[in-house]
Design a protein around this ligand. Sequence first.
Ligand SMILES: [Zn+2]
Length: 255
Amino acid sequence: MMARVGQLARLLREQAGVDERLPTDLDRIAKWCSVVVADIPLDGFLGYYTSVGNRHGILLKEGQPRTQRRFTLAHELGHLSLPGHDGATPCADRDVLRPRVSRERERAANEFAAELLMPAFRFRSDIRDRDPSIELLAELADEQRYDVSLTAAGIRLAKLTHEPVAVVCSEAGRLKWKDWSRNFSYALPSSGGRVPGGSVAAAVLRGEDDSRVPERIDNHAWFDGREQALEVYESAINMHRLGRVLSVIWVVERD
Ligand SMILES: [Zn+2]
């Protein structure tokens, strides 16, 4: 199903005449879909897709930061476009802009949103030969590029990179969520577990400056990296507005 989700998002870009232009013009897509978008007070939910007859409406929780609103809107456009997603269901905070959510429909809508905002073929070429880092995420997330949150860019990086990379979000000393690339084969602490003291995330959580470029850390800081041939790097940023720290962990495997 997931491969088809990406195809449908690409088809929608084409049909709506957005093609390869970035950042993705969601207003144009919403207009092409004849969908009315309204920002209203919503409690506990970020977005809602509904239809009456052949009319479609997307309701967004008012006051979302711009990039988060963009992701939520793209997610709701996913519910509107994907087969079997009809029937209004509000989308909770925990299901939007999180990796590996358990509800299949929500996961599909997130995948659709990611492809709509960050088309894989472009994103892959943007990350090729670049060190996976917060610096790279900030460059890609920029208003003039993909115009997405650092979080969205980070989850996309974990999905599309060939490097062993993990993206970890921490809050109040604990892991909030984590995501990792298909070549990352190391066991990170569980969500809800303590952020390890030797990590850059822990230093940033203690109030030290962000570390936007990869910094060599102890092999054991995040996981049991016994192999000698490993080098582990981490970059991390304090997302003050959210009260969270985002880390990119990158393993260089020497052969
Ligand atoms: Zn949803």
